[in-house]
Design a protein around this ligand. Structure first.
Ligand code: NDP
Length: 237
């Protein structure tokens, strides 16, 4: 596989889970990949060594740091914004600072990173943001802040798709359902809550999501923009 030979790709949030699978996929296909992380230095360095990619610490909660990281990455062919956090629970009990931090990471960072990337992206550039099926539906309580942030990405992608189409750049959202990662482990507490809502009652794999991201970044997806691409085992069906 060498489908991305010579391509420059930045993955925001690539040290673990879905992001790490995306890094592995693009690296295996010959791309020059840089990825960010916030706390997991050891995991990031291990992945960078394994995949011959570059790991850099950049906290997505810090808008100016995100913009600087994208700017310093030069002319990107593909930007993937994967970094995201979730908080669950009763909104009446939630720390407002935690909610605002979630919005900075899940909404502000994708927006500012996308705009900054578009300044230098060549024709054919791809911006891919990892949303969630919870951007479409919220079938049980406790997800308001998270769902709000993922729905915001939908409006962002629709708008930026139109803004950037004249520059030959597409903007898309990939919306996973339950995927086995540290955020949502297969043996974790969410299983009993989410499986009854799914057509295919199991967790998906991070590699499945990476496959969809790779397709959106590739030549077959040149006519696809401003769209949500759900991969959720029928959670939202
Ligand atoms: P994980 O918690 O397993 O991994 C999150 C990744 O994002 C890590 O690499 C982490 O870096 C990085 N990250 C988190 N916060 C920051 C930050 N402030 N700055 C930079 N990087 C950060 O999550 P998943 O892999 O499960 O999720 C990835 C994306 O997919 C998220 O946007 C999530 O909302 C979405 N998603 C996940 C689903 C699931 O079921 N797993 C379902 C639907 C959507 P570090 O290691 O340094 O913390």
């Amino acid at each position: 596989m060498a489908g991305f030979q010579g391509k420059s790709i930045l993955v925001l949030g690539g040290s673990r889970g879905i992001g790490a699978a995306i890094v592995r996929r693009f690296a295996a296909e010959g791309a020059g990949v840089t990825f960010t992380y916030a706390g997991s230095e050891e995991a990031a360095e291990r992945l960078a060594a394994e995949t011959e990619t570059r790991a850099v610490r950049t906290d997505s909660a810090d808008r100016d740091a995100v913009i600087a990281r994208v700017r310093d990455s030069g002319a990107l062919n593909v930007l993937v914004v994967n970094a995201g956090v979730a908080i669950f629970g009763d909104p009446l009990e939630q720390d407002p600072n935690a909610v605002d931090r979630l919005i900075r990471i899940n909404v502000h960072a994708p927006y500012h990173a996308s705009v900054e990337a578009a300044r230098r992206m060549p024709e054919g550039g791809r911006i891919i943001v990892i949303g969630s099926v919870n951007g479409d539906c919220v079938p049980f309580p406790g997800l308001s802040a998270y769902s709000m942030s993922k729905s915001a990405l939908q409006g962002m992608a629709r708008g930026l798709a139109r803004d950037f189409a004249p520059r030959g750049i597409t903007v898309n959202v990939v919306q996973p359902g339950p995927i086995d990662t540290d955020m949502n482990p297969v043996d974790g507490p969410l299983k009993d809550i989410v499986y009854p809502h799914m057509a295919i009652q199991r967790h998906g794999r991070a590699e499945d999501v990476a496959g969809m991201v790779a397709w959106l970044a590739g030549p077959e997806a040149s006519f696809v923009t401003g769209a949500m691409h759900t991969i959720d085992g029928g959670f939202g069906a």
